[in-house]
Design a protein around this ligand. Sequence first.
Ligand SMILES: Cc1ncc(COP(=O)(O)O)c(C=O)c1O
Length: 458
Amino acid sequence: MKMMRPHSLPILLGLLLLAQSWGFPVFNKATNSRWNPSLYVASKEAPETSSETTIQLNPLLSSVKMSKTVEVMALVKQLQADGVEVTSLSVGEPDFLPPPAVLEATHKAVTDGELRYTAVTGTLALRQAIAADLERRKGVSYDPLTEIVVGNGAKQSVYQGVLAVCGLGDQVLIPAPYWPSYPEMVALAGAKAVIVDASVETGFLLTPDQLRTTLEANPKIKLFMLCNPSNPTGGVYSRAELEGLAEVLRDYPHVAILADEIYERLVYPPTDGDIPKEDWCPSFASLPGMFDRTMTINGMSKAYAMTGYRLGYVAAPARLAKAVTTLQSQITSCAGSLSQAAGVAALTQVPDEVLEENVQIMQRKRDYVLDELAKMPYVNLPAPPRGAFYVLPDVSKAPIYNGDDTEFCLDLLKQERLALVPGSSFGAPGCIRISYATSLEELQVAMEKLNRFLTNLG
Ligand SMILES: Cc1ncc(COP(=O)(O)O)c(C=O)c1O
């Protein structure tokens, strides 16, 4: 292990303890033996223990878990900073830079002095740009004055959408595999997640029958969280498939829909039939009768590689948008002014062709990863992902692990220094989630490592 600066020690130890509390074995590169970081915590630097204080934490926290993707990312970054060479396919973050127009707008906003609070819902220029974009590409019309709320990343927008509708004792339908934050946000609202397993045979898409059976059996369901395209499966509901769900929902008018469409610009051409492009992945709100009950979530993180700008939004009918605005006004006031200026440039100055080129690059990476995985032992591949930048292979047949995907990922990290996220954190036990939004070179190294790991198991 490389020498550390003295002040980095407490941070590293904190991280290692966090990693260990999650069950991550922390190891010493030199000896390759499991390493107990608690042995290294100097008492002076240790945080106050709970026995020394009478402060009670919010009981809701006992039902909320730390984001595992964020934890893995933190651990990987720390290991890398410490000189350990780690290959990571754990983060949902494109490896390219935001488009030049976005970078220029960011600089310009600084020199123009756009450095103040904006309206809670965002600058009018950004709301107008969002409304125009949704109208042009998705054929759905929102009033920029009352129906769009810009937040600090889509994650915040999702959470505020959940809070706007759900409270104590309510139920929320979440198809599995799911984005891990959904059930935790529901728990934070005091509500209960009703998880329904979408099957691998349907490409991990919820069927209308499953939706009806679940709504019938759970009359307290107030919200349906639909991720399209999906993180972690890459599954995409076409217009026909969404229409099947909408038809069921028309019989349950008390159920709101949170349509998380943050990956909607990353959709690959369907291989089956001649589906027109506007039907590949339409906005749920554009389906007949669905506008009034849908909160559409979108943002700049994925399509424009603007993850650090923290820019997302909710587009919803005025009553729901107002509820979200009230929450946001007390939680964070508004998104960053510089980010908002950059967001306007993203939506108004970046030609569609640039984003389409990124989709083609991403599709080549997907195809490479799928080809490599198909050659590996013990890997069961689902139908090819049709959107986003994830693949969720099943490795439950791998010997030794008996389907324990967490142990699998821990040993993979320990032996090969390859970081993936265990499927069980996405409600997909026995699977591993691979994010292929990185360079082809990194993917090649990662696939070699995974192949070696699996081959050595046999
Ligand atoms: C399904 C889904 N929704 C929302 C988000 C949040 O995106 P951000 O907060 O970066 O805008 C993510 C990020 O990984 C995601 O995968």
